[in-house]
Design a binder for this molecule. Structure first.
Ligand SMILES: [Fe+2]
Length: 148
């Protein structure tokens, strides 16, 4: 899951201190990815924004066929707006996102990099995807209303 945060450094520190998550990698000026130890490159993270919100929930599936079947299933009930198929740069996972009725995204994901206990995080100046169609213009727009 990635959430919008108005202070990604403070979010990183909070989830590290309280839940024991560890920094995986950061995209300079963009998302911060956290892991829960050896295994998936990231399980949680933060997207810079003016106020809190949900960016996306990710659903790990077994392979590219399951990603395509998920996208096809969502399209069959009217949810065609999305981004994919592509392969992310950090984590290297295949992805296909579908926008939910509230403007957040559902990600079908497969083939993520596994990290070890000795993983060394880095700051990367890189695009979100190695290859993909162009992302929707509102892909990183926080659709949730500001509260208080
Ligand atoms: Fe994701």
């Amino acid at each position: 899951m990635l959430i919008f945060s108005s202070d990604v450094s403070a979010s990183e520190a909070f989830y590290s201190r309280t839940l024991g998550l560890r920094l995986s990698d950061r995209i300079v000026g963009g998302p911060v990815f956290m892991n829960s130890g050896p295994g998936d490159h990231h399980v949680f993270g933060f997207v810079p924004a003016e106020h809190p919100g949900l960016h996306h929930s990710s659903w790990m599936v077994s392979d590219i066929d399951q990603i395509a079947r998920g996208a096809q299933s969502m399209a069959s009930v009217g949810y065609t707006k999305g981004w994919g198929l592509g392969r992310h740069t950090l984590g290297s996972n295949l992805f296909h996102y579908i926008q939910d009725p509230w403007g957040s995204w559902i990600e079908y994901s497969s083939d993520m990099d596994c990290i070890t206990e000795n993983w060394q995080p880095n700051d990367w100046d890189c695009p979100a995807a190695v290859w993909s169609p162009e992302a929707p213009a509102d892909f990183i727009t926080n659709q949730e209303e500001r509260t208080a």
